[in-house]
Design a protein around this ligand. Structure first.
Ligand SMILES: Nc1ncnc2c1ncn2[C@@H]1O[C@H](COP(=O)(O)OP(=O)(O)O)[C@@H](O)[C@H]1O
Ligand SMILES: [Mg+2]
Length: 270
């Protein structure tokens, strides 16, 4: 039995003005999986997450979430849909003037009518899930970078989302914290029966924890496969990415006008 797809994109395109960023993305994400989206800086990874979350409208194609086309939802339907998704953009900063406890409780207090005694139990459960129940009284300034991210994780699961999207969860972490966060993403996904999308350029770390990888390049899915398939791939693009080589099909240069023109070595000298 194939589990029903949680997310499906079809011919998904997006442009900023006349600059086309995504040019026809076809992706299927099954429930219960951890999926990585990889690609160079500026390849459109964050844009893809924003399309999935309905923050921006596609210029072609669609995103389906649990069988419904995201951009066709009415305002309150979209609101309901978004409550099932949690997005950690650049690993959402904590409210610095609120304790760890209050950071995690914030959305529960905003979005539910639960009594404070129940919120307390739920917050401690979420903190327990990330190993920080004992830290509930601390202020964000007292946390290490890795701990702050775990609190952000606890906060992101506060309303029991079915989908969590992590944008660059590993950026700026030391190697140990990075492994802790990676393993936590995997364990939480499994334990809570969620689906996770991890946008990252950290290939080695994500290959350890994900079920499937999509590579974006030039606005399309350039390659995709399981971690084993990715590691064993001889496709030049994948090889370059996995082995962090500077030269290969992924160009180092952002599209630019002729260098000579930028340096004013050509054109009018009048
Ligand atoms: N609000 C915007 N207006 C115009 N261009 C944008 C905007 N946001 C992002 N871009 C451009 O879209 C491209 C894709 O951006 P993004 O999805 O953030 O890439 P990634 O997350 O893969 O680094 C980049 O070239 C970026 O400069
Ligand atoms: Mg990005």
């Amino acid at each position: 039995m194939t589990p029903e797809a949680l997310i499906e994109t079809k011919d998904l395109g997006f442009s900023y003005g006349d600059r086309s960023i995504l040019k026809g993305i076809d992706i299927t994400m099954s429930r219960g999986k951890v999926i990585a989206i990889m690609g160079g800086s500026g390849s459109g990874k964050t844009t893809l997450l924003r399309l999935i979350g309905g923050a921006i409208r596609p210029s072609s194609g669609y995103v389906k979430f649990a069988g419904k086309i995201v951009h066709e939802q009415k305002r309150d339907e979209l609101f309901q849909m978004r409550r099932k998704m949690s997005m950690l953009f650049q690993f959402g900063a904590l409210f610095t003037d609120l304790s760890v406890f209050d950071n995690v409780a914030f959305q529960m207090r905003e979005h539910t009518d639960l009594p404070e005694s129940m919120i307390r139990d739920l917050v401690l459960m979420k903190l327990q899930a990330v190993g920080l129940r004992g830290a509930h009284d601390l202020m964000p300034a007292e946390l290490s970078g890795g701990m702050a991210r775990r609190v952000a994780l606890a906060r992101s699961i506060a309303l029991d989302p079915v989908l969590i999207m992590y944008d660059e969860p590993f950026t700026g972490l030391d190697p140990i914290s990075l492994t802790v966060i990676g393993n936590l993403i995997r364990r939480l996904t499994d334990a809570l029966g969620m689906t996770s999308i991890v946008v990252t350029h950290d290939v080695q770390e994500s290959l350890k924890i994900v079920d499937y990888v999509y590579f974006i390049a030039d606005g399309v899915i350039a390659a995709h496969g399981t971690p084993d398939e990715v590691r064993g791939s001889v496709a030049p693009f994948v090889h370059q990415f996995v082995h962090g080589e500077e030269d290969g099909p992924v160009s180092f240069h952002y599209p630019a006008q002729a260098y000579a023109r930028d340096l004013k070595l050509e054109g009018s000298f009048a």
